[in-house]
Write a protein that binds this ligand. Structure first.
Ligand SMILES: Nc1nc2c(ncn2[C@@H]2O[C@H](COP(=O)(O)OP(=O)(O)OP(=O)(O)O)[C@@H](O)[C@H]2O)c(=O)[nH]1
Ligand SMILES: [Mg+2]
Length: 606
């Protein structure tokens, strides 16, 4: 058996997972309807959050003819969202070729550029799949040209420029080498993989002493932390004693207690695995990404794997709102701490500082990265509150640096004015503007600090017709003050049930987050005020019954549907003096100080 290792990479939503699913289905490794996006949150949101391994065999054993070599293709399906970009980078270090999927209508997008750049730098030769050619507005030839110029812009060498392109409908499991070709399945893609992806396995490599490098971590309740890594050289045997080396050479010893290989989506326990394969290993509880597992102490460590630094931080703390403990099962400081410690076992992009007295400082790669952690926690029954996400500053050579992002925006051309105006005010610099058919693509570089909180405004300003995505560029010298449009909060002065009548009165002052019947407490934020300053309101006030009857000219109440808070919305719009309260059933926004008097006193102290 021969082994080949590939990763599927692309901008978010361009069809990586659909393609992987179809590859599994057509090679008999998965039933109809089984998807790589297996996690509950992934299914709900329709996005990939965690990169995942699978493997397929080609030709499938039952179709292989006598004497035909069967190839095991290890495939890593990667997440497209920029917050998980560092995960992709680690994966790229451990495979031999990438399938770059590009949407035939959208063409290359920021994440396409990011993952392609990383791949080219690592010397990989991509196979390009132009996907979704069934879309009515698909423009496969244009996309191909754009991809080619992207390769050139990114400095691809001649061999890389000579990439093979396939056209696909991943959703239906079809790929072809020419648009005019007839094809019923993914055979052309599988054949291309066999032809072009370098062989990872060989008898010669098997003879060498063992070297394995983990690029991902997994956690199992019984087996503890596990490493997912590539066997570069040698054969790994269950029960063997090994040495673990950090990239700087520091060495410790350990023992392998279980080995799994990937077999479709299943993991298959094996007694040994050969060079070239990707395995999951148990028995090394302190193993970490980029270390080298080797057979003897004298072997050299493999080159380190970079892990991108966090860009934002926020505090996690025990919920102490008046509604605390009503909905959660796990609410104490200790329980939250233990959960966060467990998260660190697998969530490589995350850092946590446990030194605070009554809070934990959590560092992440973006709002979605943090929101996913919070969403998982609330589903498991945790209750907590978090502070406003803040950008991380770094000191280097006596200079303060802050994270910057590249933001790419596609909007109907008549809307570019408002976008440019708002992003400029947030210290964004437009570096490109390209009109296309009936929309315009704008590219900005902007400090993360200025960009935080813009998404919601963008959706409103463009009536949901724009596409916006961002990509961390790295740390750059800090720019000055940023003029955020401060939106005031509508803060409840009372405890009780919100009534339709009072919400109706309040809705012309701003946007309301709650519907009638919602229980509120003093200090809870129930909406925002377009005028800019906080406003104390009483959402529990009803209309005097007698009044209503007497007036005779009562108007019907038309309540605008509330703009309900989700975790991401909450993180994005919250102000500095607020907490987001997260429980299994609710997401509420509140003032840190619940009474107006306490808030005044706090302001005075500043
Ligand atoms: N029309 C059309 N839609 C497709 C095709 N392939 C995928 N899609 C749709 O595109 C959406 C995204 O597909 P996924 O496979 O989840 O994309 P992805 O690249 O894995 O997304 P992330 O992992 O979140 O980055 C889904 O709604 C698919 O149904 C295709 O060939 N044609
Ligand atoms: Mg996916």
């Amino acid at each position: 058996m021969e082994i080949r290792n590939i990763a599927i990479i692309a901008h978010v939503d361009h069809g990586k997972t659909k393609l992987t699913d179809a590859l599994m289905r057509q090679t008999g490794m998965a039933e109809e309807g089984v998807s790589m996006d297996s996690n509950a949150l992934e299914k709900e949101r329709g996005i990939t959050i965690y990169s995942k391994n699978t493997s397929v065999f080609y030709p499938p054993a039952h179709k292989a003819t006598e004497g035909q070599v069967i190839t095991k293709i290890n495939i890593v399906d990667t997440p497209g969202h920029a917050d998980f970009g560092s995960e992709v980078e680690r994966v790229l270090r451990s495979i031999d070729s990438v399938i770059l999927v590009v949407d035939a209508q959208e063409g290359p997008m920021p994440q396409t550029k990011f993952v392609l750049k990383k791949s080219l730098e690592l010397g990989l030769k991509p196979i390009v799949v132009i996907n979704k050619i069934d879309k009515p507005a698909a423009r496969p030839e244009w996309t191909h040209d754009e991809v080619l110029s992207l390769f050139m812009d990114l400095g691809a060498n001649n061999e890389q420029l000579d990439f093979t392109t396939l056209f696909a409908i991943a959703k239906e499991g079809i790929a072809k080498l020419n648009l005019k070709d007839e094809s019923k399945d993914l055979t052309p893609l599988l054949e291309t993989i066999i032809k072009q992806v370098p062989l990872a396995s060989s008898e010669e490599l098997n003879q060498k002493p063992l070297r394995v490098q983990p690029f991902n971590l997994a956690y199992d309740n019984f087996l503890g932390r596990m490493a997912i890594g590539r066997i570069y050289e040698g054969v790994i045997k269950n029960g063997s004693n090994v040495f673990i080396k950090k990239p700087d050479g520091e060495t410790r010893s350990g023992k392998i207690t279980k080995i799994f290989t990937f077999h479709g989506l299943q993991r298959k326990e094996v007694e040994e695995a050969v060079a070239g394969d990707i395995v999951m290993i148990a028995g090394l509880p302190d193993i970490y990404i980029g270390e080298t597992i080797c057979a003897n102490a004298e072997q050299g460590a493999l080159p380190a794997i970079n892990i991108d630094e966090p860009t934002i931080s926020l505090n996690f703390l025990v919920n102490n709102s008046p509604f605390a403990g009503k909905e959660g099962k796990f609410v104490t400081n200790r329980q939250i701490r233990e959960r966060l410690e467990k998260e660190l076992e697998v969530n490589v992009g995350l850092k946590i500082d446990f030194a605070g007295n009554d809070f934990f400082k959590v560092y992440g790669r973006g709002e979605l990265h943090i929101a996913i952690l919070l969403e998982n926690m609330r589903r498991e029954g945790y209750e907590l509150q978090v502070s406003q996400p803040q950008v991380i500053f770094k000191e280097k050579d006596g200079q303060t640096l802050e994270p910057f992002e590249e933001v790419t925006i596609d909007v109907p051309s008549e809307m570019i004015g408002v976008v440019i105006e708002k992003l400029s005010r947030r210290k964004g610099k437009m570096i490109n503007m390209k009109p296309e058919q009936n929309h315009t693509r704008l590219i900005f570089e902007i400090p993360t600090r200025g960009f935080l909180g813009y998404r919601g405004e963008f959706i409103i300003d463009t009536s949901g017709e724009g596409i916006l995505c961002s990509q961390v560029l790295g740390f750059r010298p800090q720019v000055g003050e940023i003029d955020h449009r401060i939106v005031g909060s509508m803060v409840s002065m009372e405890n009780g049930k919100a009534l339709g009548f009072s919400l109706w009165n309040l809705q012309n002052r701003g946007v309301i987050y709650i519907g009638p019947g919602t229980e509120v407490y003093q200090g809870m934020v129930i909406g925002n005020v377009s005028k800019g300053f906080d406003m104390n309101v009483n959402p529990t006030k009803g209309k005097q019954l007698s009044n209503m009857r007497a007036s005779g000219s009562d108007e019907a109440i038309y309540l605008t549907p509330p703009w309900e808070l989700s975790l991401e919305r909450g993180l994005e719009i919250m102000n500095e003096d607020e907490y987001l309260e997260v429980t299994p059933k609710s997401v509420r926004l509140r003032k840190q100080y619940l009474t107006e008097l306490d808030r005044k006193n706090a302001r005075r102290k500043e």
